[in-house]
Design a protein around this ligand. Structure first.
Ligand code: SAH
Ligand code: SF4
Ligand code: F3S
Length: 473
């Protein structure tokens, strides 16, 4: 048993990134352990977790398990959790209640609790003390060890908690079962060293560590061979890519090399404004296959609050970067994240955020009420604003964000734009896909267009999506 420890989780040494290539193995004894058995996986949180779930799925299938969507049918239930805000946390605990209920009639189900919540000291302890029926608690650093843990759990029927509060390494050679045949997530780095004062991620994911350029490029080249149209380069702070590798190679270099693989579309998330360089902007502008879309989290429009958040930029610096991007990358859409109700945010600070949103007119924004995370510096800062007031601020902000989302979408009406058609839409038997600028489009089109980038004429626009029709064959 290994329990997480908050103090170890925040430790950062100067040790170099270690890359391990041969750690993942499925012993012959368990290669067929999942024959005629089913697993289901519930994923919460960011793209990083979505991609981890693709790894976990592949590992389960290496042990002959078959995926199912329905908990009632599953022999193994996996919760891949997120710790970013209290409501992510509550959703997972609700789901755990459902699993417990199911176990009352089917007690041979194996439950696996993994992801960022497992890395939290208090959660792991709670799982140990109050949820001893959860078979495996596994952190974010040791997914590749799942076969070993599963074999042990099946044989011993005892709870095993294996969570390590370490800086972490890079593991190559972990299999992946991708959800899409057209778009792929590609990790370029893990962890984060920014330690924004509100954020749990540096504690749950370890230090910032980059994959080697050649490993990333080779993965993308393979994806091109397999017919993939789009890659999204993933990391908590992709702009800092390479800084831990002691090689003279940056995110701008990586973007250029990935673009040169000739994959049709390159995207990347998430960009911290602090590490965004002019070189990067130039490369994005230079290559047609790097999409004109940037997610540029603002967090707050008040320089005072930004300082308290530890974001390392002022409102003015952010604006300068924003306008440089808009000037150098024609047609670039920019989205953002904003937190309201950070400790000490006054009405005036909130109005700074509102003013900035009015000025920058984002294409879209993800907005959140600040949620204290245990162990982070902000969680002990004085906070005098009531929840009611924070909810009011969120509502005011959302109204504005929606207004500008629609305003930006309206510019697309009757225009023709390229869309990668990727699957069925939720609405009226249509297909859906995204424009190069990351606008969601629902399209009445034949299934023969699936996986293709086609020209689509926009016939109607809404706040969150658009409708369109294919105009060429
Ligand atoms: N690495 C990314 C963000 C990852 S978390 C970046 O730096 O931009 C995604 C978003 O969740 C953040 O941008 C922030 O807006 C929000 N978030 C993170 N911690 C939060 C907290 N404690 N309370 C509310 N929102 C939070
Ligand atoms: Fe969290 Fe800040 Fe790191 Fe983003 S950059 S993951 S907000 S600590
Ligand atoms: Fe959540 Fe962990 Fe991602 S806390 S947002 S799943 S890195």
């Amino acid at each position: 048993m290994n329990l997480p420890n908050l103090n170890d989780a925040r430790t950062r040494t100067k040790s170099p990134t270690i890359i391990k290539r041969d750690e993942y193995q499925v012993p012959a004894t368990i290669k067929e352990i999942g024959k005629n058995k089913y697993y289901c996986i519930y994923t919460y949180g960011c793209q990083m977790n979505v991609h981890d779930s693709e790894n976990i799925s592949a590992i389960m299938e290496d042990m002959s398990y078959t995926k199912c969507d329905d908990m009632d049918q599953a022999d193994v239930i996996i919760l891949n959790t997120c710790a970013i805000r209290e409501n992510a946390h509550n959703k997972v605990m609700g789901m755990l209640g459902r699993v417990k209920h199911l176990r009352e009639t089917k007690n041979d189900i194996i439950t696996i609790f993994c992801g960022c919540m497992a890395q939290e000291e208090t959660i792991a302890k709670e799982l140990k003390d109050k949820y001893s029926w959860v078979d495996i608690v596994m952190g974010t650093h040791n997914i590749h060890k799942l076969p070993e843990y599963l074999e042990k759990a099946i044989n011993t029927k005892k709870q095993d908690i294996e969570v390590f509060s370490i800086e972490g390494e890079v593991y190559e050679g972990i299999p992946v079962k991708r959800d899409s045949k057209y778009k792929a997530w590609v990790n370029i780095m893990y962890g984060c060293d920014k330690f924004c004062t509100y954020c749990i991620v540096p504690y749950t994911r370890g230090k910032q560590r980059s994959r080697k350029p050649e490993d990333i490029i080779n993965e993308v080249k393979e994806l091109v061979q397999e017919g993939y149209q789009e890659v999204t380069l993933l990391g908590q702070n992709v702009n800092a890519y390479g800084k831990d590798l002691n090689i003279d190679y940056t995110m701008a270099n990586l973007l250029e090399d990935v673009a040169k693989t000739n994959i049709s579309r390159v995207r990347f998330v998430t960009s911290h404004p602090w590490d965004f360089t002019l070189d990067m902007i130039e490369i994005i502008a230079k290559y047609d296959n790097i999409m004109p879309y940037i997610h540029l989290p603002l967090q707050s429009g008040s320089s005072k609050i930004l300082k308290k958040m530890g974001r390392r930029y002022t409102k003015e610096e952010y604006k300068k970067l924003f306008y440089q991007i808009k000037e150098m990358i024609p047609n670039c859409s920019i989205t953002t994240d904003i937190i309201v109700g950070f400790p000490g945010e006054t009405e005036e600070d909130f109005h700074d955020t509102i003013d900035l949103v009015n000025e920058l007119k984002y294409d879209l924004a993800y907005t959140f009420i600040y949620s204290p995370r245990e162990g982070t510096p902000a969680s002990v800062m004085e906070d005098n604003t009531s929840l009611e007031e924070k909810k009011q601020r969120l509502a005011t902000l959302n109204e504005l964000i929606n207004k500008y989302a629609l305003f930006n979408n309206q510019k697309y009406l009757h225009k023709t734009v390229p869309v990668l058609i990727e699957g069925p839409s939720d609405k009226d038997n249509k297909l859906m896909g995204y424009t190069d600028t990351m606008k969601l489009v629902n399209i009445k089109a034949d299934e023969k267009y699936l996986g293709k980038i086609v020209n689509v004429k926009i016939t109607d626009v809404k706040t969150w999506s658009m409708d369109g029709e294919v105009i060429n064959d």
